[in-house]
Design a protein around this ligand. Structure first.
Ligand code: NAP
Ligand code: F7E
Length: 375
């Protein structure tokens, strides 16, 4: 896609989108039967993030028209969705991007009332736990207040038509865990500004469901990763570093707490679970998890082992990556999602690590070729 076409497509052509936002109806005729298929529409905040990109792909595959909220930045932030993005002038296009910000409630409401989506997925957030200690107020505004802004926009639309809302809640809310494994009934004991903001958003979602009889649900998702994971989250930091070390592009990997245990799954499996929650007969909250927990050290051992490298030779501890408060152990029980949604995590930790290593090895190879060409 030419950069110029992409650049103007969601800044200058929002009025063109207004026409295209209407539901698409497809009518097929045969002598005996007439079927009218109404395409559903979804609005995704956080569409440029890891989960937003996989969810957009999934919904487009299912025939949805997809609208995504994108923050204005001085450089493009749409790298994860550029393969599914087309110029809005192109016939049949079903993905549209709109500028906005979760902290700007009024424009969010205007946009939602204008788009009239059937489903809203609130995936936008300042999602980095360590960063939330440095930016607690902003994290609350985007992650907590942003969720409230989305619910309020949905409440306005809900007066005109049914809209279903998914809130991206997090296993971080369990914090200093009160029981293991964690379920939908485990009390929250948050351990970071990020987790406190997510607890606020969780309770507001339940509050809107009860107070206004809205179809609003919380997915309490345990850590999920992929080749599209942000590079400062620990799994991706490890796969990026190990593959670069393998190709001689890096000498060391500096990490924080290697003893923390996480229940890591594959993001692509988890976005399917989000969608299933909104197709369920009634609004409810669900845990999505694998039911297996490993330490950061064990994940690093798997990754370095795949590359025939000894992690002890390369990993060093840098205290700057420690957190003022740590979540030591997360392990989820997704029995409820299994029973009611037919959802389970289908990708093992080893398969996930393999996907990430293969992807990052290709990136490292490209980098090595470029570095050699520059010499
Ligand atoms: P991510 O990769 O960090 O993506 C976050 C998204 O939110 C990005 O698109 C980002 O836009 C957008 N965003 C941030 N601040 C915003 C603001 N003020 N206004 C509008 N958009 C904003 O996160 P993820 O891993 O895909 O996670 C998706 C959601 O699930 C998040 O809410 C996260 O907290 C939650 N969650 C994640 C996990 C996990 O393990 N991945 C587990 C449980 C819950 P830019 O591209 O412009 O930065
Ligand atoms: O850390 C430890 C760190 O940043 C995992 C977000 O998606 O999942 C994510 O939050 C563990 C922690 O993820 C480094 O101390 C060691 O114990 O990859 P992470 P997270 O904090 O669990 C939850 C479910 C979310 O909702 C969040 O949005 O790894 N760790 N050394 C390190 N972590 C990082 N980032 N960097 C290190 O160098």
């Amino acid at each position: 896609m030419p950069a110029a076409a992409f650049q103007c497509s969601f800044s200058s052509f929002s009025s063109a989108c207004i026409v295209l936002r209407q539901r698409i109806s497809v009518t097929t005729r045969s002598p005996a039967i007439e079927v009218v298929i109404m395409s559903k529409s979804a609005f995704i905040t956080g569409i440029t993030g890891q989960d937003g990109s996989y969810l957009a792909e999934l919904l487009l595959e299912k025939g949805y028209t997809v609208h995504g909220l994108v923050r204005r930045a001085s450089t493009f932030t749409t790298g994860r969705i550029k393969h599914i993005y087309a110029d809005p002038h192109q016939a049949g296009n079903r993905l549209f991007l709109h500028y906005g910000d979760l902290t700007d409630g009024q424009s969010l409401t205007n946009l939602v009332l204008d788009l009239e989506p059937d489903e809203i997925y609130n995936l936008g957030a300042q999602s980095h736990v360590r960063v939330s200690f440095d930016q607690p107020a902003y994290t609350f505004q985007a992650t907590g207040g942003g969720a409230l802004n989305v619910l309020e926009a949905a409440r306005q639309l809900n007066k005109k038509k049914l809209v279903k809302v998914y809130q991206a809640s997090s296993s971080e809310m369990y914090g200093e865990v009160l029981e293991t494994p964690q379920t939908e009934n485990t009390p929250f004991q948050p351990q970071s500004p990020y987790a406190c903001a997510k607890v606020y958003a969780f309770h507001q979602t339940v509050n809107y469901r009860k107070s206004y009889d809205m179809f609003a649900v919380n997915g309490i998702l345990f850590n999920h990763e992929s080749p599209r994971r942000g590079e400062t989250f620990v799994t991706r930091k490890i796969t990026r570093a190990a593959t670069r070390i393998k190709l001689g592009l890096q000498d060391k990997l500096y990490l924080g707490n290697l003893a923390a245990k996480r229940d890591w799954g594959y993001a692509k499996d988890y976005v399917e679970g989000m969608w299933r929650m909104l197709q369920h007969s009634e609004p409810d909250d669900f845990v999505l998890a694998t039911g297996r927990t490993q330490t950061v050290q064990e994940f690093a051992d798997i990754v370095f082992g795949m590359l025939q490298l000894d992690p002890k030779q390369y990993i060093e501890i840098d205290p700057r990556y420690f957190r003022p408060a740590e979540v030591d152990l997360l392990l989820g029980d997704c029995s409820k999602a299994q029973q009611k949604l037919g959802w389970t995590a289908s990708t093992s930790l080893e398969e996930l690590a393999r996907l990430m290593v293969d992807h990052d090895l290709s990136l490292a190879r490209e980098e090595a070729i470029l570095a050699a060409a520059r010499k």
